[in-house]
Design a protein around this ligand. Structure first.
Ligand code: SF4
Length: 395
């Protein structure tokens, strides 16, 4: 079945570490943005026909990401979900997730979301420590996060998750432990743990790379410390019954994100909105496209949608199947890889044996998966396999 992603790129303030296509736009923009989303949904089947790809009829996951989708007013929530249900056959048991910022979800919007079928909320907490949250421009305190998690549970939302970031300015091992413990104590079923990305895409990243001290850049912990804390979080969460199922994602039993699993398993998904990405399969291969990554490019162009389309060939599809699958704790199934990509698997056989020898990968029956050590250096493992594959295909 199909996954549907909807980008809601509106934020109250831009966090200093954020490198997503999101921003602070005039409130009046929301209405025209949702109207454009609905137009894009209406045009989805025609677009898939033009590309020559099949579009699955039924949808079993919907994900509103951002940005801050919890800022949508109730009327736009109603219009948006009515549009989704008019254009797609949404399964009765579909997982419907909405990303929210703590203290930025009104009772009215929460009620409208629940009426629309939302059954999973994902909060961008990042840190339960006030000084750390404030340093990167988050608009909430730890107490507000705790109150928010209790409020949505009391309102009947059973499936709740939080995102946390290791490596924030002012963070220490003790404060990071506090944040992870708070997430565990809240009883949420899902925790995503990311390492702070320091790159040119965010104000904090640019400042840190330039050696400056603004936006908390002067108080960033060293990279190796953040990496240690990241690894430690995995252990603490496992001890608390929240198990790793993907490199950055942990869940209690039954709490994995069906929607996000689609990305790692190369299941088809459609993305609507600014900078949204889509992927539909064509047997073992795929067609991918990305929408315009600016508000004006997405909303203000009349008629046709601005998109970058890419046809993914067999070799690239093999790489994706292998690397995305290895992100999952259960790993990839060698039999299905062989059935879809045949001899390409043989091209990386020696490199696989090498990383296995180095203790970064294990084979168990038909499963090929990264070890704990392998997950910590997953990019290095992937690049070793990529080099082996490129060398073999050039030979
Ligand atoms: S981190 Fe989230 S809330 Fe902050 S600017 Fe980025 S998208 Fe908006």
């Amino acid at each position: 079945m199909l996954g549907v992603y909807v980008s809601i790129p509106f934020c109250k303030a831009k966090c200093s570490f954020c490198n997503f296509a999101s921003g602070v736009f005039a409130g009046a923009r929301m209405e025209s943005y949702v109207a454009r989303l609905l137009a894009e949904m209406r045009a989805a089947r025609t677009w898939a026909r033009e590309l020559g790809v099949a579009l699955p009829e039924r949808v079993d996951s919907i994900y509103l990401g951002g940005g801050t989708p919890s800022l949508l007013p109730p009327e736009l929530v109603r219009r948006l979900f009515a549009g989704i249900r008019e254009n797609f056959e949404v399964d009765q048991a579909a997982e419907i997730t909405v990303e929210a910022a703590p203290a930025q979800l009104s009772d009215q919007t929460l009620e409208a979301l629940q009426r629309a079928g939302m059954n999973r909320l994902s909060f961008g907490v990042q840190s339960f420590v006030d000084a750390e949250a404030a340093a990167v421009g988050r608009l909430h305190t730890g107490a507000e996060c705790r109150a928010e998690l209790a409020r949505v549970s009391a309102a009947g939302v059973e499936r709740v998750g939080v995102d946390l970031i290791a490596g924030l300015p002012h963070q220490t091992e003790a404060s990071w432990r506090f944040t992870v413990d708070q997430a565990l104590a809240s009883g949420v079923e899902h925790v995503s743990v990311y390492m702070l990305e320091v790159d040119e895409g965010s104000r904090l990243g640019r400042e840190a790379l330039a050696g400056g001290t603004r936006y908390g850049a002067g108080a960033l912990p060293a990279d190796d410390r953040s990496a240690d804390w990241y690894a430690a979080a995995g252990e603490w969460l496992e001890q608390g019954g929240v198990r790793q199922y993907e490199i950055s994602n942990f869940a209690r039993a039954g709490g994995q994100s069906r929607h996000n699993r689609k990305y790692w398993q190369r299941a088809p998904y459609l993305g609507f909105g600014m900078d949204a990405h889509s992927m539909l399969r064509v047997s073992a291969c795929a067609v991918r496209w990305a929408n315009a990554d600016s508000m004006s490019g997405y909303v203000d162009r009349l008629g046709a949608f601005e998109r970058t389309v890419e046809r993914v060939g067999l070799r690239e599809s093999f790489e994706e199947a292998l690397f995305l699958g290895l992100r999952l704790a259960e790993g990839v199934d060698v039999r299905s890889l062989r059935a879809e990509f045949g001899p390409m698997l043989d091209e990386v056989e020696d490199a696989l044996a090498e990383v296995e020898e180095a203790g970064l990968l294990v084979r168990q029956g038909d499963a090929l998966r990264l070890t704990q050590a392998g997950r910590m250096v997953s990019n290095e493992v992937f690049s070793r396999l990529l080099i082996a594959e490129a060398t073999a295909s050039a030979a």
